[in-house]
Design a protein around this ligand. Sequence first.
Ligand code: COA
Length: 254
Amino acid sequence: MDILSQLSEGVCRLQFNRPQKKNALTAAMYTTLAEELEAAAVDERVRAILIEGQPDIYTAGNDVEDFLSQSPAGLDTPVFRFLRALSTAEKPVVAAVSGPAVGIGTTLLLHCDLVYAAQSARFQLPFAALGLVPEAASSLLLPRLIGYPRAAEKLLLGEGFGASEALSMGLVCAVLPNDELMAHVQVQLAKLVALPAGALRATKRLMKSHQASDVQAAMQVEAEEFISRLGMPAAREAFDAFLARRRPDFSGKD
Ligand code: COA
């Protein structure tokens, strides 16, 4: 099972579980994640959702081989179904990040409510270097969060950053020593579970409502651009280079 799910003490725990591929996300994994989020939305036992990886890896982002073999061709494909379910989730979503969180591993955090990082967490948005564009409304949300110039460093240059920078950016709530992350997350989840679910949902809805339609619109335009770029020479060169473990050569492949 590449995604583990468990309902325990009011928390739906979703765990990336493909460590041999650094938890790279396949279409099948997005489908499972979307189904789990959709089920959690209507399951009264679920009072909070956790999205976690393993101690040494959150996720390496979209599976590059999947990009080649089953590129998302429209907005009804698994990755966009997952992003819709996450970005419209009414129940509180908590993320626990250890190790690298690449691509969608970072952008999905922009839709979580409480994000906790281990000191080992590392974030990167290498979309342009893959011949692609940002997704998950990150082209909207990241500049709003950290200002345009810093967002440009992250999204144009794809410069990676560590847990302390993520904290100063406001991307994460707190940074914990690696071996204390999950205990802290457990405490925060227990607080959420004990609070009145209706008031939590209403508070989240109010905080998100001011930009909810902008977020969905951004996701749509990003997705159209993303899908068209997947088949272009620059992306193909980037994927081939990643799989062959060589540096990409973008000359003549804009
Ligand atoms: N898609 C498919 N396979 C991936 C992957 C991805 N996104 N990320 C890692 N893998 C695979 C590697 O190909 C390798 O497979 P192999 O053992 O069969 O050759 C395995 O996972 C281990 O990866 P490796 O790169 O050797 O591990 P690492 O510890 O040196 O580095 C990362 C880990 C996460 C830093 C690095 O794999 C990485 O940067 N991946 C991100 C790729 C990417 O650009 N993702 C964004 C997509 S939008």
